[in-house]
Design a protein around this ligand. Structure first.
Ligand code: NIG
Ligand code: FE
Length: 419
């Protein structure tokens, strides 16, 4: 039997508890609901109680004998981080492309020459399910060591029915075998596979008529994502794919306006996407439309940095009333990182989020972007006991001492998994 865990005396216990439901906007992103000298009791995988240490002492002193007691004096405690946008289940790696880009090649040039997403597609098609499980496990382990306890994961390196299903099954298996929660997204529309070059609409038909129905029938994904980008999928093709998914119960997400402005943010609002991702080149009208429809902007500052592009206008979006989440975009090309703490730092440095907004974007709003906010993303009684103890004293210090992994201990469903 797993012992109860009693964390006491946290210098800052950031709960992010709030009376409202749904993603937070504007000032609400800064309301972290902090308890000083905070205490939380974890048992049976769930948060059983939360308050000041004094309050919990009155209630739990008798049971304390059977609990693991953690003295968090001088330490920050937060919810487990949530990464709402990753491409984790892939084969191989692409370090040579990193060099090529530094020598001057662009991301799209490499992709159009058969590298990029196409290169990973070849390696993912060649890998067995077991090999993919093994490679993905390493990435998930690394996420845990960075305080991430829930991730979204996309397919999209198969680009044929068999391999797309293989990627989704790998994630399903890991959802059972690995402590991290994995929320799966189908992304057959990540690129047009090279064998369909010049027949793009036929590939769109294949996604709609053959891939989506199987994915939905086997319940292998919760979301349906499209790379809506010049030279990849047009807004019209993207809309067809997202509408088809919607009619099968898959909620839309969009990789929008990453490399060039392409009305992606507008499309996200039009189709009722839960989130639009990247948005480096989103138009002002698109930002307004997202605010109006409450589409979550899932911003990926590590990707912008890695591609040496200017980051998305996170500050402007928050001020305009768009709910903002942040993510690693962990993938083998444009952002091979698992460090959500680094992404939080970059959200402050390159998008001018405040440390409080950045933490909300990496926890509660991130959970909303994958419709998991009833279970994770804040520390509240009844939610999953996903908790991080940090080697810093407050959330400001977490964002200020940048590029360093400050993790001390991580609990997933009440079980210690790191530290
Ligand atoms: O989100 N932009 C498209 N897809 C990924 C990159 C995938 C890759 O390069 O393998 C992204 O950045
Ligand atoms: Fe992505």
């Amino acid at each position: 039997m797993v012992k109860a865990v009693w964390i006491k005396h946290a210098s800052q216990l950031v709960t992010l508890a709030h009376e409202t439901v749904g993603p937070r906007i504007k000032e609400a992103m800064s309301e972290l609901a902090i308890i000083e000298d905070g205490s939380v009791w974890l048992e049976n995988g769930i948060i059983q109680a939360i308050g000041t240490t004094k309050e919990l002492e009155m209630r739990y002193s008798v049971q304390a004998e059977n609990a693991d007691i953690i003295d968090a004096t001088g330490h920050l405690v937060t919810p487990g981080l949530v990464d709402p946008h990753t491409h984790i289940a892939y084969g191989g790696s692409r370090e040579r492309e990193f060099e090529m880009r530094l020598e001057g090649a662009t991301y799209m040039e490499i992709m159009n020459a058969g590298g990029g997403i196409h290169a990973t597609t070849r390696m993912t098609r060649e890998a067995t399910e077991d090999e993919l499980v093994q490679q993905t496990t390493k990435r998930l382990d690394s996420f845990l060591t960075h305080g991430v306890t829930t991730v979204e994961g996309k397919s999209g390196y198969g680009l044929d029915l068999e391999t797309e299903l293989k990627q989704l099954r790998v994630m399903k298996r890991l959802q059972e075998e690995h402590p991290i929660d994995i929320i799966p997204t189908f992304m057959g529309a990540h690129a047009v596979p090279t064998e369909y070059k010049g027949r793009e609409d036929e590939y769109v038909d294949l996604i709609i008529n053959e891939m989506l129905p199987v994915v939905a029938k086997e319940k292998l994904a919760k979301f349906n994502d499209v790379f809506c980008e010049v030279g990849v999928f047009t807004p019209e093709q993207s809309k067809r794919i997202l509408d088809a998914g919607k009619s099968l119960g898959l909620t839309p997400k969009i990789h929008a306006d990453e490399i060039e402005p392409y009305q992606g943010a507008e499309l996200a609002a039009e189709v009722g996407a839960i989130s639009a991702e990247h948005l480096l080149k989103a138009s002002d009208e698109g930002i307004q439309a997202m605010a109006k429809q409450s589409v979550i902007a899932c911003l990926l500052p590590a990707t912008a940095l890695y591609l040496r592009e200017t980051a998305a206008k996170g500050r402007t979006m928050i001020d305009a009333g768009v709910p903002v989440a942040i993510s690693t975009d962990c993938n083998p090309g444009s952002s091979p990182t698992t460090s959500m703490p680094l992404v939080m730092n970059l959200a402050c440095i390159s998008m001018r989020l405040t440390p409080a907004e950045s933490l909300c974007a990496a926890t509660y709003n991130a959970a909303c972007a994958i419709q998991m906010e009833d279970k994770v993303g804040s520390l509240e009684v009844g939610k999953q006991a996903d908790v991080v103890l940090w080697n810093v004293k407050n959330y400001q210090e977490l964002q200020y001492l940048f590029g360093v992994n400050h993790i001390k201990t991580v609990w997933k469903n009440g079980v210690k998994v790191v530290g």
